[in-house]
Design a protein around this ligand. Structure first.
Ligand code: NCD
Length: 362
C-alpha cells in the first residue's frame, strides 16, 4: 500500500513523476476522463476547508470517479466518540482511497496504519500538508520552468503554517535551493525544521527582519496567513496578526520574474492591490491543486498494486511506548494509540514523536 502522510514519503523521482503526470493531464485532460471510473474517494474532513476538499472532489470527478465522505465531523460517528482508527477501518470497506484533514497532529498517520486503502494527509494541525506542497511545486515549475536553483522567501506564520513545513521538506529534494525566513519571534520556524531538515539536508536558510530586505533576492515569495485557530490565547494572536502585509509598493525591488505564492485563504496579509500584478500567482496556484491531486490519486492507486513500490510507514529506529509526547495537539494525547518515537536526526541519543515530531514530555 502507498500513502502520502509526509512529503518525505515521496522520493525525488516520485515527486517528479507526479508533477510530470500533472503536466500531462493539463496538456490532454480528455485522456484521463475515465481513469478512475468505478472508483471512490472518501474525503474525511474534520477541520474547515474550501480549496483542498473541493479540489480533491473536482480531481476525482474529472477522473470519472465518485466521492463520498463528510466535511463536518459533527455529522459523522466521530461525534459519538469513534476513533480515527475505527472510522478508517469502516471507510476502507466503502472507498478506494481516503483524503483526511484533521486538527490533531498525526491523525492521518493513525489512519494509514489502520487502512487497507491508500490514505492522503490533507493537512494535520500545524504539522504537515503534503498535497499543498505538490500544488506549490507544480506552480513553481509552471511559472518558472524549474524547481531547483531557487531562492524562496517564506513570510508570516512559519510556526503554525503546515504548508511551510511541508514545502521546505520537499525542497530538500531539489538542488541549490536557498530559503529566507521572514517572521516575528513568536512565529519562527520550529527547531526540528531548522535542525533536522534545513541543517541536515543542506537547505541553507537565513532569517531576516523585513520583507524589503529579502525582496531583491527572491525567485519565489511565499506568503502565509497567521493561523488564528492554532493560538490558545486571543491576545497572542492580536499581537502578531498584522505583522507582515505585502502591498504593491513593497514589490518595487522584486525581480520582474519573481512569483508570489500563497496557499490561501488570505485574510489581510496580501493587499488586494497586489492581485493585478502579473507576478501574483496565487489564483493560478489554486487550479494547479486540482491537476496535481488528479495525478496523486492516479499514482497512489497505481503504486499500491505494485509490491515493490510498498514503503514502510514508520521510520527506522522507531520505538513503541517508551515516552509520552509533549505536544497537547498530538493524536497520542487524544486517542488510545501506541506512542511511537524515532531517533532525533539532529541530536544523537534523543527522540521525536513519529506522529507530530515534537519532543518527549519531560
Ligand atoms: C492552508 C491550510 O489549510 O493549511 N490552506 C490550504 O489548504 N490551501 C493554509 C491556511 O489555512 O492558511
Amino acid at each position: 500500500m502507498r500513502h502520502l502522510i509526509d512529503p518525505t514519503d515521496l522520493s525525488s523521482s516520485e515527486l517528479q513523476e507526479i508533477i510530470d503526470l500533472a503536466l500531462d493531464i493539463i496538456a490532454d485532460p480528455a485522456q484521463y476522463a475515465d481513469a478512475c471510473r468505478g472508483k471512490k474517494l472518501a474525503t474525511l474532513f474534520y477541520e474547515p476547508s474550501t480549496r483542498t476538499r473541493l479540489s480533491f472532489t473536482s480531481a476525482m470527478m474529472e477522473l470519472g470517479g465518485n466521492v463520498i465522505g463528510f466535511s463536518n465531523a459533527a455529522n459523522s460517528s466521530v461525534s459519538k466518540g469513534e476513533t480515527v482508527a475505527d472510522t478508517t477501518k469502516v471507510i476502507s470497506c466503502f472507498a478506494d482511497i481516503i483524503a483526511m484533514r484533521h486538527p490533531i497532529e498525526g491523525a492521518p498517520l493513525i489512519s494509514a496504519l489502520n487502512a487497507s486503502i491508500p490514505v492522503i494527509n490533507a493537512g494535520d494541525g500545524s504539522h504537515a500538508h503534503p498535497t499543498q506542497t505538490l500544488t506549490d511545486l507544480l506552480t513553481i515549475r509552471r511559472e518558472l520552468g524549474r524547481c531547483d536553483n531557487l531562492t524562496i522567501g517564506f513570510c508570516g506564520d512559519l510556526r503554525f503554517g503546515r504548508t511551510v513545513h511541508s514545502l521546505i521538506k520537499a525542497l530538500s529534494r531539489f538542488e541549490n535551493v536557498k530559503v529566507v525566513l521572514i517572521a516575528p519571534d513568536e512565529l519562527k520556524l520550529p527547531a526540528y525544521m531548522k535542525e533536522e531538515v534545513c541543517d541536515r539536508y543542506g537547505v541553507p536558510y537565513e532569517e531576516v527582519a523585513s520583507m524589503e530586505e529579502a525582496m531583491p533576492l527572491l525567485d519565489i515569495f511565499y506568503m502565509t496567513r497567521v493561523q488564528k485557530e492554532r493560538f490558545l490565547d486571543q491576545e497572542d494572536y492580536d499581537r502578531v496578526k498584522d505583522c507582515f502585509i505585502l502591498t504593491a509598493d513593497k514589490l518595487k525591488n522584486a525581480k520582474p520574474e519573481m512569483r508570489i505564492l500563497h496557499p490561501l485563504p488570505r485574510v489581510n496579509e496580501i493587499a488586494i492591490d497586489v492581485d493585478a500584478d502579473p507576478r501574483a500567482a496565487y489564483f493560478r496556484q489554486v487550479e494547479n491543486g486540482k491537476f496535481v491531486r488528479m495525478a496523486l490519486i492516479l499514482k497512489l492507486l497505481e503504486w499500491s498494486k505494485i509490491p515493490s513500490m510498498e514503503r514502510r510507514l514508520l521510520p527506522d529506529g522507531t520505538i513503541p511506548n517508551a515516552y509520552h509526547c509533549s505536544n497537547p495537539k498530538c493524536i497520542s494525547n487524544h486517542e488510545p494509540v501506541e506512542t511511537l518515537f524515532r531517533p532525533d536526526r539532529a541530536n544523537p541519543g534523543k527522540y521525536r514523536c513519529v506522529y507530530c515530531e515534537s519532543k518527549p514530555r519531560s
